[in-house]
Structure formats: structure tokens, C-alpha cells
Write a protein that binds this ligand. Structure first.
Ligand SMILES: [Zn+2]
Length: 230
């Protein structure tokens, strides 16, 4: 968790080129869309995209927003599964890949743990070609933590864990996003956890206490609150 983050990134030199088209000058925008992460103090505006490329990515943001706003806050269950019926694979994958890419290239403190190697360039190529790639190419899944049967709107600092591959974990709008940075040859067409073309997308609902990094986040928040009250 971050205690102090400036609201606006100060910069004296002129903006660099857009990270997407690599030609026109970038202007400042929130790194990830504010509907997903309304905390302006942490979702600091950065000069990543030019206006035209921002428009392109905003169209995918709109698709993401439409899908996510369909996820209710009253889950009515502590565990189970939420099914999103046949979501628009191409646009939704491009949106999710663009979120991963934006977190990886941003320089604000909240994104400091999303340090990747060549993947941002590979993802940018997919985005520029507007190619969502196969479901097993950087597989993406969501988990919905349940707080006494409710979706609780929270966000916290994304991180990367090293398994056999790098796994980027982020929390936005009370949803956990999992981005696997590999091509998973074993990913089964039947694995409904991942976004796949022409398939319903199943989002597991699990009690927050069963999810280790949500538990760790709640504990760190608790410790900070106790410290401030002393
Ligand atoms: Zn551009």
C-alpha cells in the first residue's frame, strides 16, 4: 500500500512520443480507466498515449466497462461461479491486454511491481494489429472475491509472482485480474476460467478469506489503520 503519492506527475521536459504509435506526442491520461480505478491519488495521469491512440484504447475500455457493470454487487453466495454469456472475445481480450500493457509501461508508484521484460513489446504488437491472439496466449482470468455474499469495490497495488511463468495479479473494482505471461500449450478448451472465443466466461466466486493475496492486503490495511490510530 502507498501512503503518499502525488496527484499529478510533475515533468519539466516535453512529453515523449505515444507508447502505442510511437510517433505523435503523448498527452496525460489516467493509466487505467477511472471507472475501474477511481482513486486519482494512485491512478496518476501519465503521458503514455497520443489523443488518437487514446481514442482507440478508449473504445476497448468501453467494452470492458459494459461487461463489468453487468457484474452485480449482491452475489447472494459466498462461493460459486458467475457466468458471462458469450462475451465479445476480440474486444474484451484487446481491452484486458491493453490494461496489462498500460500497467507494465506506466511509471507511477502503484505500478512499480509490474516490471516485465519483453512482454510489453509483444503485447503492444498484438494491440497495434488489433489481434487478440488465441486464448492460451497470455491467458487471462478473473476471480470475484465475496465479502459475506457481496462484491466489495476495492483496488490495490498490482504485483507479479514468478511461477513456471510470470503471473500479474491486479485488483480493480472488487475483481481480481490474473494475467499469465506465457503460451499455455496445456490450456484446455474446456477450462472456463479463461476468456475464450465463442464461449461463456466463468468467473469463480470465492470467499475473500480463501484468497491468499486478498487476505494479505486486508491484513496490511488493518495494520496501517491501527498504526494511524495510535
Ligand atoms: Zn499514438
Amino acid at each position: 500500500m502507498l501512503d503518499l503519492v502525488s496527484g499529478i506527475k510533475h515533468r519539466s521536459e516535453p512529453a515523449g512520443p505515444c507508447a502505442y504509435c510511437r510517433s505523435k506526442p503523448a498527452i496525460a491520461h489516467s493509466v487505467v480507466p477511472t471507472f475501474l480505478f477511481p482513486d486519482h491519488a494512485q491512478n496518476v495521469r501519465e503521458e503514455l498515449l497520443c489523443p488518437a491512440c487514446y481514442d482507440t484504447i478508449s473504445k476497448w475500455d468501453h467494452v470492458g466497462r459494459t461487461v463489468l457493470t453487468g457484474i452485480p454487487y449482491e452475489l447472494g453466495t459466498a462461493t460459486g461461479c458467475l457466468r458471462i454469456a458469450n462475451p465479445p472475445y476480440r474486444e474484451l481480450r484487446l481491452w484486458l491486454l491493453s490494461l496489462l500493457w498500460r500497467m507494465a509501461i506506466a511509471t507511477g508508484p502503484i505500478w512499480r511491481n509490474v516490471q516485465l521484460g519483453e512482454e510489453p513489446d509483444l503485447i503492444r504488437e498484438l494491440l497495434v494489429k488489433e489481434t487478440p491472439a488465441a486464448a492460451n496466449h497470455f491467458p487471462i482470468g478473473l476471480i470475484l472475491p465475496s465479502f459475506d455474499g457481496r462484491r466489495f469495490d476495492f483496488s490495490f497495488e498490482p504485483d507479479v509472482v514468478d511461477r513456471e511463468y510470470k503471473l500479474v495479479r491486479a485488483a480493480f473494482g472488487g475483481l481480481l485480474f490474473f494475467f499469465e505471461l506465457h503460451i499455455d500449450a496445456t490450456l484446455q478448451e474446456t477450462d472456463q476460467f479463461y476468456l475464450r472465443p465463442n464461449q461463456d466466461w466463468n468467473i469463480p466466486i470465492d470467499d475473500w478469506q480463501n484468497i491468499d493475496f486478498v487476505r494479505a492486503w486486508v491484513h496490511s490495511l488493518y495494520r496501517q489503520t491501527v498504526k494511524k490510530q495510535r
